[in-house]
Design a protein around this ligand. Structure first.
Ligand code: ADP
Length: 444
């Protein structure tokens, strides 16, 4: 028997014992009290019926037998007269009791231990005293106690196996959860916690399942992070190593050295950017606390991008059109992170557009939401990969980037609870957008 089941059995036995003790007490105190008061009432009724009968000089023996009266006595002017044939036992009472000092009702125990109840009715015909055997005697009580004790033993006998079965039913899911938590500790996240108890244990099992999934996801992310970092660092590091070794070994002509050093600097910059992006991404993932939301004037925010991209736009002779809402609005967002999203969208739009093309950044009122969109007429995206572009490390061969930009954008937008997406047609261009729910802008 498990510890929990044993505890359950102990509690159960305790409760049954309490109930039985309560029954014992009720029988002893209340039952005997109620029984006696009922008997006294009967005697009182019988006494007035006998009085009426005597008054009208009619038969009263029927009343005596109806109420199971042992003896009836009439006491008048110190003289005693038995109204019925005296039953066994009552004779000694009649002889021994002081009839003059008798109270209205009470008990009398004979020298043989028999208990009688009496009722003394003071009438104009004299005192009518009725005696009745008290059948609610100690004997009766003992029998009741024995029966209660047998019931107690019987209930125990039946309930212990029942409670232990019940206990097993209750503890099985807990044992299952205990095993699952051990598995998680050992790093096995494929746990079996399908529990359908429709109670707190089921809730707990769901919680443990979510916990296992979260830890597994975090573990995988950590492994991926290390794998990706080592993979992405390999190429630039080997370029840097080979070029610097060649320069050190004087294998490069003086006239060429600058070109190689420039390559080294480029690779170092790429590494630097990569480290920053990887750190940014791992910092963002699922970390809602990272956002510092504040109200930002949308028009001023969007207009800033013109100057931010001035050089890049000029170098490709691209025009950035900014279309604002025809009213002023403040959006609730982390300005720095949202800047990073739009920056990335515009940067890609310029990167994947031909020279002399146009890029558009616009804000549009769509009823429930405000849509922020970056549209280009560049190379477009193949529909087969349109969902992959948001994943980390997905990149176009010609991108020159690391494929982390949109992954970072998607994390930022998800943390803001802004829906986002892309519409694109190969050869015609792309539109990257996100939607700010107007409801989220209500000031409290
Ligand atoms: P990176 O720019 O470093 O390649 P991103 O995550 O920003 O990484 O973009 C991932 C990929 O999505 C790009 O390599 C490209 O294939 C595609 N993409 C993103 N924006 C555009 C765009 N405006 N037009 C065409 N393709 C794009």
């Amino acid at each position: 028997m498990g510890k929990l089941t044993l505890r359950l059995v102990k509690y159960f036995v305790g409760i049954i014992t309490l109930v039985i003790v309560f029954c014992f007490l009720s029988v002893s105190i209340f039952l005997s009290f109620f029984y006696s008061s009922m008997q006294y009432n009967d005697l009182k009724t019988a006494s007035s019926k006998i009085y009426d009968a005597m008054k009208s000089e009619s038969e009263y023996l029927d009343i005596v037998s109806e109420y199971e009266i042992s003896s009836a006595i009439l006491l008048k002017d110190g003289e005693m007269k038995t109204l019925t044939s005296t039953k066994m036992g009552t004779m000694s009472i009649i002889k021994n009791i002081n009839l003059e000092e008798l109270s209205i009702k009470g008990k009398y125990v004979t020298h043989l231990g028999e208990e009688f109840l009496y009722y003394n009715n003071n009438t104009d015909m004299g005192y009518i005293i009725l005696l009745k055997k008290n059948s609610f005697s100690a004997e009766y009580m003992v029998t009741t106690y024995i029966i209660l004790f047998i019931i107690f033993l019987f209930v125990l006998l039946i309930s212990i196996p029942m409670v232990s079965i019940l206990g097993k039913k209750l503890t099985n899911p807990i044992i299952k959860l205990q095993k699952a938590s051990l598995d998680i500790t050992k790093g096995d996240f494929n746990i079996d916690v399908d529990i359908n108890t429709k109670d707190e244990i089921e809730e707990l099992s769901k919680g443990i399942k979510v916990m296992a999934e979260t830890i597994e996801k975090k573990n995988k992310m950590q492994r991926d992070f290390i794998a990706n970092v080592s993979h992405d660092f390999k190429t630039p590091l080997s370029v840097i190593r080979n070029y610097s070794e060649a320069i050190y070994d004087d294998l490069i002509k003086d006239t060429e050295k600058k070109k190689f050093l420039k390559e080294i600097i480029k690779e170092v910059d790429r590494l630097n950017l990569l480290v920053m992006d990887i750190l940014e991404l791992s910092k963002l993932q699922g970390n809602t606390d990272i956002l510092k939301r504040e109200y930002v004037n949308l028009s001023e925010f969007l207009l800033d991008f013109k100057s931010a991209f001035k050089m890049k736009l000029e170098s490709k002779d691209i025009l950035l059109n900014i279309k604002l809402l025809d009213y002023d609005i403040e959006i609730l967002a982390d300005g720095n992170y949202l800047y990073r999203v739009i920056y990335n969208f515009i940067d890609n739009a310029i990167k994947f557009s031909k020279e002399g093309a146009a890029v558009e950044l616009y804000a549009k009122d769509e009823g429930r939401d405000i849509k922020i969109s970056v549209r280009d007429k560049g190379i477009g995206i193949d529909n087969n990969y349109i969902d992959d572009i948001w994943k980390r490390y997905y990149k176009d061969k010609k991108s020159g980037g690391m494929g982390l930009g949109l992954a970072i954008c998607s994390e930022i937008l998800a943390l803001h609870n802004f829906r986002y997406g892309v519409i694109s047609k190969i050869g015609e261009g792309s539109e990257f957008f996100f939607l700010i729910p107007k409801k989220s802008l209500d000031r409290i």
